[in-house]
Design a protein around this ligand. Structure first.
Ligand SMILES: Nc1nc2c(c(=O)[nH]1)N[C@H]1C(S)=C(S)[C@@H](COP(=O)(O)O)O[C@H]1N2
Ligand SMILES: [Mo]
Length: 387
């Protein structure tokens, strides 16, 4: 984390020393400057406003990042995107209890230290908000190393009873919702069928990138469901409830619901689905140059299925294979780079990812007809001017 900040300061110094755009730089805060290697420059996208930059995450608000700043495998905790729907509750950590209730043999009440005393594991996981989209240059995104307790150990301790089908995860944040002309208070909540909840990678996370889980990311504990969109990762988790039927709360049944046209057994139908597993997606986020050599960087996210390749297309050229960062692992994001011998002028560049099952990332035109803006995973052509 700190390495990167030092990096950015070093870059400011270097750039200032080389006398480039001194006035503009002096007025720019450090977070608006990309980390660059010596002699490297950021090449401007022409599809982005010239003065585009994003302030760091701060208490109380939402945050999406300037994806041109993506230069490292792990996202700084201060730059990881932030989304929530009912504010950011500050839970009293001394009196905090995670309750496990419902169709279990043994209900549980776990304090922060009870959770810390349980076996911990670590996992790299990247995710994006189900509402992430090209209009934000896909800034609702991040990748981190998480540490915490395996959800299935906790469910194992509670022992789910026969007939328990669904596990519901309640946050400590409560909002007022109007449902059929009646105002009711509801906690943010999401659910998983028992078989999905028992996956070994699901975590109750208490640390993010080696730091205590930041308050805005759900302190003291959040659920992490690797391979799923952000909405599954319930922050400020206070209760896990096992029940015998589907949970139909707002964020499962009404919001974060995609409406699209599908062919079902030969019949075209409009169908709705809750936002769950991350669709196969890649996007170019950054282009730098050193001398005349250009480097394209982008990310891939998906549900954890192995990736076959990422390809880049420049203007009307052929698809050419990019290199995938060797630190990539199953549930992390996968950063890719492509060395581009660019001729000066205006260009269109686009990436597409193919997974090991042969699924290819679709173009916007090939995407199913979709009403809601959730799950924006089409190829994202970018425009850029090289000199
Ligand atoms: N308790 C709670 N958890 C929540 C939410 C929320 O509103 N309340 N929002 C969800 C959504 S929609 C997203 S995209 C992710 C964002 O996680 P982050 O802010 O750590 O990036 O948190 C999820 N978990
Ligand atoms: Mo989200």
């Amino acid at each position: 984390m700190t390495d990167q900040k030092i990096n950015r300061r070093e870059v400011i110094k270097k750039t200032v020393n080389s006398g480039v755009a001194l006035g503009a730089l002096a007025s720019m805060p450090h977070w608006a400057l990309p980390a660059l290697a010596q002699g490297e420059q950021l090449v401007p996208f022409t599809d982005m406003p010239e003065d585009y930059s994003r302030p760091p995450a701060r208490q109380g608000g939402t945050h999406y990042l300037d994806t041109r700043m993506i230069d490292d495998f792990y996202t700084d905790n201060e730059d990881f995107y932030v989304v929530q729907h009912y504010g950011q509750p500050e839970l009293d950590l001394n009196n905090y209890r995670l309750r496990v209730t419902g169709m279990v043999d043994q209900e549980l009440e776990l304090s922060v230290s009870d959770l810390q005393d349980m076996a911990q594991f670590e996992i790299d996981a990247g995710f994006e908000c189900g509402g992430n989209r090209a209009a934000l240059f896909h800034g609702l995104i991040g990748n981190a190393r998480w540490r915490g307790v395996a959800l299935r150990n906790i469910l194992g301790e509670a022992r789910i009873l026969d007939g328990g089908e669904e596990v519901v995860f309640f946050g400590g944040d409560i909002g007022a919702e109007e449902i059929r002309e009646t105002e009711v208070e509801q906690a943010f909540a999401r659910s998983l069928p028992v078989s999905d909840a028992m996956r070994s990678e699901n975590m109750l996370a208490m640390e993010m990138n080696g730091e205590v889980l930041p308050q805005i990311h759900g302190r003291p504990v959040r659920l992490l469901v690797p391979g799923y969109y952000g909405v599954a990762n319930v922050k400020w988790l206070v209760q896990i409830h096992v029940q015998d039927r589907r949970y139909m709360g707002k964020f499962m049944g009404r919001d974060y619901v995609t409406l699209k046209k599908e062919t079902i057994g030969g019949q075209d139908r409009w169908v709705e689905n809750s936002v769950t597993k991350i669709h196969l997606k890649s996007s170019i986020v950054r282009v730098t140059k050193s001398g005349s050599q250009h480097k394209i960087t982008g990310f891939v996210l998906n549900d954890g299925t192995a990736i076959r390749n990422v390809e880049i297309k420049i203007d009307d050229g052929p698809w050419q294979e990019a290199s995938i960062d060797s630190r990539s692992n199953r549930y992390s994001w996968k950063l890719f780079t492509f060395d581009w011998d660019a001729s000066p002028g205006d260009h269109s560049i686009v990436s597409r990812v193919t997974d090991a099952d042969g699924n290819v990332q679709l173009t916007a035109e090939e995407m199913p007809e979709k009403i809601s803006r959730w799950e924006n995973y089409a190829q994202f052509p970018r425009t850029i001017r090289t000199s």
